[in-house]
Design a protein around this ligand. Structure first.
Ligand code: GLC
Length: 399
């Protein structure tokens, strides 16, 4: 069989799902167009899903990349804020209301953020983000409202702001109020009362978290905008020299929960990560069979963790990010493998997922041992498989 064909087929599957999930319309005279993360499960526009979809759309239809990101900008408030979920054509359903960070059921968008990769996605898929003042305005909002310590790093007020909703790394911080747990609606209610204002949340006892993935995306966006990188500040605050991983910091108490998840390796995506740190992340963790080197890698939680649930977890309500492999994570660490010259290992990681996609289609996440597809079907950001199957460095590189 032609060795290239599985790769080609993966790209075809990606294109089919993106086209099928495309949604467009008009609301109050504003035109919008975006890729539904999954038509049956996630019909609205999600901030970071859109950034990933836009990155892949550049291969098939560049206008769609722009339209997708322009729709995020069309939802922007005058102060620069852009929410985590935008309800263009229908309000949040009654059953999901207690879990969504809205002020009321008729809200147009949530009051919380998601990992801020808009400027970076724009750089990859559209052009120079510094030429789009609305992108700079969102960065200004984040710096003014979420850089709580003035060192250039951002803080979040809920686990789902990281995009990694129910990751076990948040259990020691939020306990019964973590995503997917019984007390989560209480956390949403409390933060709603505090206007989802990070300073007020901190001043009311927190917790607030300086989270690794959010800050990785933030540093990429700052660099895409031509602003000073925050990678140095991340290393200073979040790098754990003894364990050789990045770990979150929670306040109050400067707590550093040690649960090992793929987010600890996410800074591999940073082109300015010091090389010796990148090599430790790869050699001690990513390529370690006891942790992240599974047939379909990387699992969202290290296999060595007691909370590792590779089959996706059977308990209800569903709890995400507790073991299965997600394509966006794979792509982000793969960027680091490539940059650091681990070509064979990068290819092995790509092939594991390409095989799973070929067999199972674009699923939300995959069993890291067998590649069995789990979660939502026709999941848009899994189209990032095209980045692994047919690597095409954007003109000018990723930054
Ligand atoms: C889940 C994921 C989140 C994603 C959303 C839509 O909540 O945890 O990261 O943005 O689904 O796909």
């Amino acid at each position: 069989m032609n060795r290239k064909s599985p790769h080609r087929r993966a790209v075809d599957i990606a294109e089919r799902v993106l086209r099928q999930n495309w949604m467009e319309g008009e609301r109050d005279g504003i035109r919008y167009g975006y890729t539904q993360p999954s038509p049956s499960r996630y019909p609205w526009q999600w901030y970071w899903d859109s950034c990933f979809a836009a990155i892949v759309w550049r291969r098939f239809d560049r206008e769609r990349s722009r339209a997708e990101l322009e729709s995020l900008l069309a939802a922007q408030r005058p102060n620069g804020f852009i929410g985590h979920t935008i309800f263009w054509d229908r309000s949040v359903s009654l059953t999901r209301l207690p879990f969504y960070n809205v002020t009321s059921r008729s809200s147009f968008q949530t009051e919380t953020i998601q990992p801020p990769l808009l400027a970076w996605a724009w750089r990859i898929a559209v052009g120079d983000p510094a030429k789009e003042p609305r992108i700079a305005a969102q960065a200004d909002w984040l710096a003014a409202n979420r850089d709580l310590d003035g060192d250039g790093l951002l803080w979040i007020v809920q686990p789902d702001e990281s995009g990694l909703d129910a990751s076990p790394k948040f259990d020691p911080i939020w306990g019964r109020r973590a995503n997917g747990r019984i007390g989560f609606p209480c956390l949403v209610r409390r933060n709603r009362q505090l206007g989802f204002d990070a300073r007020r949340v901190r001043d009311h006892g927190g917790p607030v978290v300086c989270e690794v993935l959010v800050n990785t995306m933030w540093s990429l966006s700052l660099q895409a905008l031509g602003r000073p990188s925050s990678t140095g500040a991340m290393v200073e605050r979040l790098w754990d020299e003894r364990r050789g991983v990045f770990l979150d910091e929670a306040q109050p108490g400067a707590v550093r929960p040690g649960v090992l998840t793929w987010a600890a390796l996410a800074p591999l995506a940073l082109p300015d990560l010091p090389e010796e740190i990148g090599r430790r992340l790869v050699e001690e963790h990513l390529l370690n069979e006891r942790e992240f080197l599974t047939p379909v890698a990387p699992p969202s939680v290290a296999a060595s963790e007691p909370s590792y649930e590779p089959g996706g977890g059977r308990r209800l309500p569903r709890r995400y990010w507790r073991g299965p492999t997600w394509v966006n994570s794979a792509w982000l660490v793969w960027l680091g493998l490539q940059r650091l010259g681990y070509e064979e290992e990068a290819m092995r990681l790509a092939n594991g997922l390409i095989g799973a996609v070929e067999r199972e289609g674009l699923r939300e996440y995959y069993d890291p041992r067998t590649g069995a597809g789990l979660g939502a079907k026709d999941f848009a950001w899994s189209a990032l498989i095209a980045e692994l199957a047919d690597p095409r460095t954007p003109p000018g590189g990723y930054l």
